[in-house]
Ligand binder design. Structure first.
Ligand SMILES: *[C@@H]1O[C@H](CO)[C@@H](O)[C@H](O)[C@H]1NC(C)=O
Ligand SMILES: *[C@@H]1O[C@H](CO)[C@@H](O)[C@H](O)[C@H]1NC(C)=O
Ligand SMILES: *[C@@H]1O[C@H](CO)[C@@H](O)[C@H](O)[C@H]1NC(C)=O
Ligand SMILES: *[C@@H]1O[C@H](CO)[C@@H](O)[C@H](O)[C@H]1NC(C)=O
Ligand SMILES: *[C@@H]1O[C@H](CO)[C@@H](O)[C@H](O)[C@H]1NC(C)=O
Length: 188
């Protein structure tokens, strides 16, 4: 008798364990990149980025995809900083250009700009603080905008004379994919 009466509670115990386990391991759950990219406004761009993950997306989890977007953004940001330095040294005769690019260096750069915020996204990811990943991602986007919106002078916006704005937009789009991923991580 007691044998039969214990059964249902045992079953629900295992169900509970399963649910808890499923929730706590969501970050490590294998995900379908199509499901992620459905939530991004240009799913073809999103798929191109995610599928470029070394080793492919087969069996990939959200956290590894998040690291992948950070790596792409870091490479492009680092190259952009080099580009800005070259633009600065080329504009010694153009004070408006020079001050524009110096300002851009501040917002992209290693001292306090987007590169530092990008490092925070990785730090937060390592600590499994996914809401923090989201916040730091937004800072990266805002920092880049400070440069590429060109609204830093009192006059008209600085004209797009280099690859910098195009690179900036690209990095922002990559980081917006990280925003989708981090949101999935902290909502689950
Ligand atoms: C979406 O991304 C692709 C590249 O992946 C690009 O060719 C296309 O123009 C983008 N579409 C929009 C609406 O931005
Ligand atoms: C940034 O990425 C874009 C798209 O892949 C590429 O066209 C551009 O050359 C890259 N820029 C830098 C500075 O790495
Ligand atoms: C800087 O000027 C040199 C010589 O005119 C040119 O070859 C180079 O492409 C310029 N670099 C940038 C980033 O504008
Ligand atoms: C700046 O102007 C000087 C004098 O006109 C010129 O010799 C020099 O090549 C210019 N530098 C750049 C980077 O254009
Ligand atoms: C330069 O490009 C950026 C990014 O595409 C855009 O937001 C900005 O309005 C452009 N500025 C000018 C002056 O064309």
């Amino acid at each position: 008798m007691s044998y039969f009466s214990i059964k249902p509670s045992l079953i629900s115990f295992f169900v509970l364990i399963f649910v808890l386990f499923a929730e706590s391991s969501y970050a490590a759950k294998v995900v379908d990149v199509n499901e992620i990219c459905k939530q991004y406004r240009n799913s073809s761009f999103c798929l191109t980025i995610l599928k470029s993950k070394p080793g492919g997306v087969e069996g990939a989890d959200l956290v590894s995809l998040a690291y992948h977007t950070i790596n792409i953004a870091r490479l492009n940001l680092t190259n952009s900083v080099t580009l800005i330095m070259n633009l600065i040294s080329n504009s010694s005769n153009d004070t408006i250009a020079k001050s524009h690019y110096e300002r851009c260096l501040l917002f992209f750069g290693q001292d306090e700009g987007a590169l530092v915020e990008l490092d925070y996204t990785e730090e937060m990811l390592e600590k499994e603080y996914y809401f923090g990943v989201n916040l730091a991602s937004i800072s990266v986007i805002v920092d880049i905008n400070e440069c590429i919106s060109g609204e830093d002078s009192e006059g008209p916006p600085y004209p797009n004379k280099s690859d910098l704005p195009r690179n900036g937009v690209f990095i922002q789009k990559v980081i917006q994919i990280l925003l989708v991923i981090s949101q999935l991580l902290y909502e689950n």
